[in-house]
Design a protein around this ligand. Structure first.
Ligand SMILES: Cc1cc2nc3c(=O)[nH]c(=O)nc-3n(C[C@H](O)[C@H](O)[C@H](O)COP(=O)(O)OP(=O)(O)OC[C@H]3O[C@@H](n4cnc5c(N)ncnc54)[C@H](O)[C@@H]3O)c2cc1C
Length: 394
């Protein structure tokens, strides 16, 4: 069976490919940023974001006044697939582009859209997402960071953790408790916090993947003052927006994770002959069996992805996304493990010419993150059990 898109979608693909060919960042440009796959440093990527925005290719599904071209869902899908195939990052600030900007467009004031959302789209700003806390991860609604209104300002105290990109972001999309007496899902608000505000301390967390340029940080907030005009949406209504933000994140994570598996599979196929040459005949048979198994599973992930995507386009089906998120991120982790294992000691070296700037072993470690972030595999299993299989709550 060969899946094909309609003529209009193919014409859209051709137009994008033509633009990409002429405008894509050069390999030298991308090599300037040693952390291009971790999303650590904005570097040249701000200019690339701007170039895409100016040509209507950064957010093609958005209306023209926000820099898009009203692309339909299928067009957006082929656009993302082509970027992935070309190995060009769409952004190194996925939280900013995928969650903060769309949430501001949905709920922000005109000023917030102009200053913060458009700043992100023009590549002038980067954002981080301050949700998780030491005692509030999967159970985000128990977050404790407190914002107290004092005249026309908020005074904020508390701590965030696992904040991706906080070390270089300009501002944080900060979830805080504004009514401690309300039930825990109420009384949460979102505040835009410029990270250079007095009382903000960003402390990088040392990571095994790339200890020299950590991406995750703790953020400490000590009597931090921001104007009340930095409130996003209604006071105490942040949980509703959290649903919106996470929906943006889940649909993005879900598509990206299938593409991530496909890229890893493509790389495995490219490197397999060289790798297998160093194995004994018996090991070669086992390795070939593993590779075929992964190939089949990758095709399953793609087929499931298309099916889920079709349902999502017709009316947004959240449980389908839980299935995809869990399956693709775990498959990617398994692929990383087996690939590293077959390379033996060679997996410890950063190999030249890899698609990623990470070595194989770091690449494998990095795959654990996506089974945890944006809702862990266990949480996805709960969703699948309760909402797809209609099993009783545990
Ligand atoms: C790479 C990466 C990037 C991240 N980026 C950000 C970011 O930018 N901003 C941000 O705010 N956060 C970020 N996070 C944090 C992430 O959202 C949390 O790690 C995640 O929600 C899990 O929360 P936790 O770490 O507190 O674990 P916990 O919620 O404490 O869970 C611990 C363990 O218990 C399991 N568990 C918890 N509840 C249940 C349950 N009800 N049923 C079954 N099992 C359960 C979990 O699956 C996990 O295995 C990031 C995390 C990672 C790994």
């Amino acid at each position: 069976m060969k899946l094909r898109f309609d003529e209009g979608t193919e014409a859209f693909r051709a137009e994008f490919l033509q633009w990409l060919e002429l405008n894509r960042p050069s390999v030298e440009e991308m090599a300037d940023d040693p952390a291009r796959s971790s999303g650590h440093s904005p570097g040249w990527t701000r200019a690339w974001t701007r170039r895409m925005f100016d040509s209507g290719w950064l957010v093609p599904g958005w209306p023209p006044h926000l820099g898009g071209r009203n692309a339909g869902p299928l067009e957006t899908l082929v656009y993302l697939e082509e970027l992935n195939r070309a190995e060009v990052p769409r952004t190194t600030n996925p939280q900013g582009l995928g969650i903060v900007a769309p949430s501001l467009v949905d709920y922000g004031t005109e000023e917030q859209v102009e200053q913060y959302a458009m700043g992100l789209l023009r590549g002038e700003l980067t954002a981080c997402l301050g949700m998780s806390e030491p005692d509030a991860g999967s159970d985000l609604a128990s977050l404790k960071t407190r914002a107290v209104i004092d005249g026309d300002r908020f005074v904020i105290n508390g701590q965030k953790v696992w904040t991706s990109g906080a070390g270089y972001a300009d501002f944080c999309f900060l979830f805080c408790r504004t009514d401690p007496d309300a039930p825990k899902h109420r009384g949460i608000s979102i505040v835009l916090l410029p990270l250079n505000t007095e009382g903000v301390t960003v402390r990088p967390l040392r990571e095994i993947i790339h200890p020299d340029y950590p991406d995750l940080s703790e953020v400490f907030l000590d009597d931090v003052v921001v104007p009340v005009s930095n409130l996003v949406g209604e006071l105490n209504d942040g949980w509703k927006m959290a649903g919106g933000s996470l929906a943006h994140e889940r649909s993005m994570v879900w598509l990206m994770s299938v593409m991530g598996v496909e890229s890893a599979m493509a790389e495995l196929l490219e490197t397999a002959p060289g790798m297998m040459a160093s194995l004994s005949p018996r090991e070669q048979v086992i390795a070939a069996d593993d590779i075929v198994g992964f190939y089949v599973e990758t095709q399953c992930a793609r087929a499931l992805g298309y099916r889920g995507f079709a349902r999502f386009v017709k009316g947004g089906n959240a449980p389908e996304q839980a299935l995809m998120k869990m399956y693709a991120s775990e498959l990617r982790r398994e692929l990383g493990r087996v690939t590293a294992q077959w390379h033996g000691g060679g997996a410890l070296a950063v190999s030249e010419g890899r698609r990623s700037s990470l070595g194989l072993i770091e690449d494998y470690f990095a795959t654990f993150g996506s089974t945890i972030s944006a809702g862990s595999s266990e949480i996805q299993r709960n969703i699948i059990a309760e909402r797809i299989l209609n099993l009783p709550r545990g």
